[in-house]
Design a protein around this ligand. Sequence first.
Ligand SMILES: N[C@H](CCC[C@H](N)C(=O)O)C(=O)O
Length: 277
Amino acid sequence: MKFTKMQGCGNDYVYVNCIEKELENSNEIAKVVSNRHFGVGGDGMIMICSSDKADFRMKMLNADGSEGAMCGNGIRCVAKYVYDYKLTNKENLSIETPSGIKYLDLTTENNKVVEVTVNMGSPILEAKLIPVISDNDKVIAEPIDIDGVEYKITCVSMGNPHAIVFVEDTKNFQVEKIGPSFENNKIFPDRVNTEFIQVIDRNTISMRVWERGSGETLACGTGACASVVACVLNGKTEDEVTVKLLGGDLKIKYDREQNLVFMTGPAVIVFEGEIEL
Ligand SMILES: N[C@H](CCC[C@H](N)C(=O)O)C(=O)O
């Protein structure tokens, strides 16, 4: 199978062109190729497919083979893939995902994409739709007991579920130890992606993420969007925020008038190859 390894802020996936032919057994293949010792290595696999509703369609699978309905860093890389490999010459693209059609603006230099802005759509706050089990309609700064410690979570879906936790210091926070206890807590019927946020100032936050199905990653685009929405809801930041991730920065804007979230960030091709399956 031919593939291209790409990354956005260090959130790396194995990209496969499925426009002519969809993959059978994609969940199994995602596990194999994502393995950093026995496979290509990545946080998961992303398939670029044709669409009858939009310019292209994407499907994302985590390193454990489970599916995520949206991927912020992935969708920017899909845009770079289709533009740089000349599958399109459009600089405004629509990409269908299981969480709806997203619209993207490409910034190019010498016929290559260097940065992409994505209209990530409206955040979903209704607990039932995220889904998170709660007595309240929305989960904002609600206490949760994790391994005997009380944390306050705010829950937001950007097509996929996120729980946001404010911490004093992301650098020394034990994400690997605590992340799995959030991911698998019984109040999240579909498991959850968890963002640990340190507010630096009214326009800057630092974030680490424990992703459902992939573990700690260097960045998460939907997570950065969900986190800025959570910051605004908790009165911690303005609505335009630079999110500092382990793998780089994302610029997020929560347009409250339109109730839309916009994400801007890089997309990079690392290498191409072929793997025997
Ligand atoms: N890293 C991705 C999100 C993957 C989410 C996935 N782990 C899930 O199961 O929802 C991003 O940039 O938005």
